[in-house]
Design a binder for this molecule. Sequence first.
Ligand SMILES: N[C@@H](CCC(=O)N[C@@H](CS)C(=O)NCC(=O)O)C(=O)O
Length: 234
Amino acid sequence: MTDLSAFPITKRWPAQHPDKLQLYSLNTPNGVKVSIMLEEIGLPYEPHLVDIGKDESHDPDYLSLNPNGKIPAILDPDGPDGKPLALFESGAILVYLAEKTGQLIPADAAGRYETLQWVMFQMGGIGPMFGQVGFFNKFAGKAFEDKRPLERYVAEAKRLLGVLDTRLEGRDWIMGEQYTIADVATLGWVRNLIGFYEARDLVGFDALKNVAAWLDRGLARPAVQRGLEIPGRG
Ligand SMILES: N[C@@H](CCC(=O)N[C@@H](CS)C(=O)NCC(=O)O)C(=O)O
């Protein structure tokens, strides 16, 4: 049986099944990228709840794996060369899991780079900008008198959604016929923007026919439905 005791994170979050991939996460838009991916590819894994509301991602045991103090992170007992691999940053984890299993990423080099391009678009644009909309529209920033930050991030979120809507014209998925890690990375963020962040009208979501249809297609996938709940606070 694999011994993961050299990784301090396993002190606070012990592995009951050390032969399985260990997931440290919460079902936020960044967290669900990895749980959706794991559900899609069918790789056995053990989820651990890291409650960021209780600051658990800044626990020294967690920081030993992810010095950036954010979820999600993984510890794969069966990494490259059969050795354990610890990894943080959701985009890096998606690429790793896609390449490890040969799933949800095109086999040809051009298609692979194009997919990575859209994963980066999510990581560098959609995630950070939609997150700011959430802060200024729903959370602490809502009380700020100056509405210019909200307006700025709403405008940028609208622009990014427009780019996505154009990309999805005539396509079922971001890469066309193939559902890929680009979709996995993006679905939870769009869902959150119009749901939990209550910005549906603000960003004019109902005018975006291609994004709306893509989101419906994505949310209808059983693996997505399961992944969105893992790990929940119970
Ligand atoms: N770029 C990181 C962002 C991760 C991130 O922002 N995670 C949030 C939850 S969605 C978090 O852990 N927040 C807790 C904190 O900042 O203390 C990734 O994609 O993995």
